[in-house]
Structures are given as C-alpha cells and as structure tokens.
Design a protein around this ligand. Structure first.
Ligand code: URA
Length: 230
C-alpha cells in the first residue's frame, strides 16, 4: 500500500496532508524517515510512526463519549465547542459523531471514522433503540402514555411507537426507535411540557458504564461487530 494512502486511511487527513507530514520529516517507516508519499509499505509488517508515535493499524476507529452539556455535535465550528474537542488524543483522525445530541443534552454519543457504519446506524430504516432520561418543567400526567406510545404527528408524519415510563413526578425514561430532530423535546412539547434536562443513557445495547461526563473510550471489537449486525 502507498504510504500516503495508509496515512489517509488511518485518519491522518488527505493525501496532501500526508505529503506535508513526510516533507516535514514527521513520518518514519521502520525507524527511517519516509522519503516520498508513493513509498510502498505493508501495514501488517512495517512500523509506521508520526512524531515517533507508532501508528496502530486499524481500518476505522469507534468511540463512545459521555457528552457533557455545552458541546455541539459537529466536526468543526468557529464559535462553539464541538464534541471532537473532547477526544484531543485522536485529533489527527477524521472523526465525526453518529447522529446528534443537542448542545444541552448529555450522555452516550458514538463517534467514529467509519462513514458507512454511522450512516447505517442513523438510517431511519434501522430502528436502533435509544433511551433518554428527560426532566420536565412540571409533574407529568401519565395520561400522555397511550398517545406517546402509539405515535404523534411530527413533521407531518406519525412518530414510531415510543416507550415512556415515569421515574419521578417530573422525570421520565423514554425509549425511541428513531431520531428525528429534537424528537424527545418536541414530543413532550406536543403535550405542553418543556424538557429542562435530557440525558441519553443507552444506544442500542450500549450503556455508559462508569464513563464520567467528558470521558470517552474505544469500543471493543465485539461491540463494533454487534453494532454492525443490528
Ligand atoms: N431528542 C432531543 O430532543 N434532543 C436530543 O439531543 C436527542 C433527542
């Protein structure tokens, strides 16, 4: 494989970026400075490093982040903090979030370099369960349960069946199988409630475990394969 292709595949920007890294003497092949982008390497045998850090060969990267409030789900923004800033150790990768959580929503967010994986998981055809804890501005009258669960009209279409369970007088657990824009907030708004806190605690079979707010971890191969099979 060409060195520049390897670097691009590993998330180190475009082939043009790779060329610059090589020119700036940041890349080594088996301990020797790389000479040109066309150098041929075998990723399974050769040790490639950037700034003397060995690049582990992986086709793609998959992370789970416990998103704090105040970060937007975008890859870059001139004015606001993005969730990618919470993964600075991997800022050389071309990462992006799988779907979106609002700026003021906290909780489980997947972040990856794998476009195909992300598109499939957020496709409306694939009804991956997402579980949210919503805190509302007032006590909830659970008369909304039937309608909430059978579907309401949002964007001129009936929402897919959702689940709702009351945890405290003004706190509900909501399970959705789709991800329309601001869906949880808009569903509660439909019944006259304002969501004042929103936290995603589960995405498919994944939960945050002991990940604290702002922390992230790589998914295991098993988790990734399981997600790919959904
Ligand atoms: N629904 C919302 O309203 N906001 C989110 O961030 C996620 C789901």
């Amino acid at each position: 494989m060409r060195l520049d292709k390897f670097l691009a595949n590993q998330g180190f920007g475009s082939r043009k970026d790779a060329k610059k890294f090589i020119k700036d003497k940041r890349i080594k092949i088996n301990g020797v400075f790389a000479k040109k982008p066309e150098d041929n390497i075998n990723p399974l045998v050769d040790e490639i490093s950037i700034d003397d850090d060995v690049i582990e060969y992986k086709e793609n990267y998959y992370f789970m982040l416990n998103k704090p409030k105040g970060y937007i789900c975008a890859t870059e923004d001139n004015f606001q903090n993005t969730v990618l800033e919470l993964i600075p150790e991997y800022n050389y990768l071309k990462l992006f979030p799988v779907g979106r959580l609002d700026k003021d929503t906290t909780g489980l967010l997947l972040i990856t370099t794998d476009g195909d994986f992300a598109h499939k998981l957020i496709s409306p055809k694939r009804h991956v369960d997402k579980v949210y804890i919503a805190t509302l501005d007032k006590d909830v009258d659970m008369k909304i349960k039937n309608e909430f669960e059978s579907g309401i009209i949002l964007d001129d279409e009936l929402t897919l069946p959702a689940k709702i369970e009351q945890l405290e007088s003004n706190v509900c657990k909501v399970t959705l199988h789709q991800g329309k824009y601001h869906q949880v907030k808009r569903m509660f708004e439909y019944f006259g409630y304002k969501v004042i806190e929103l936290h995603r605690e589960k995405f498919a079979f994944l939960t945050l475990g002991d990940l604290q707010e702002g922390e992230y971890r790589e998914l295991t191969d098993e988790e990734v394969n399981h997600l790919k099979m959904l």
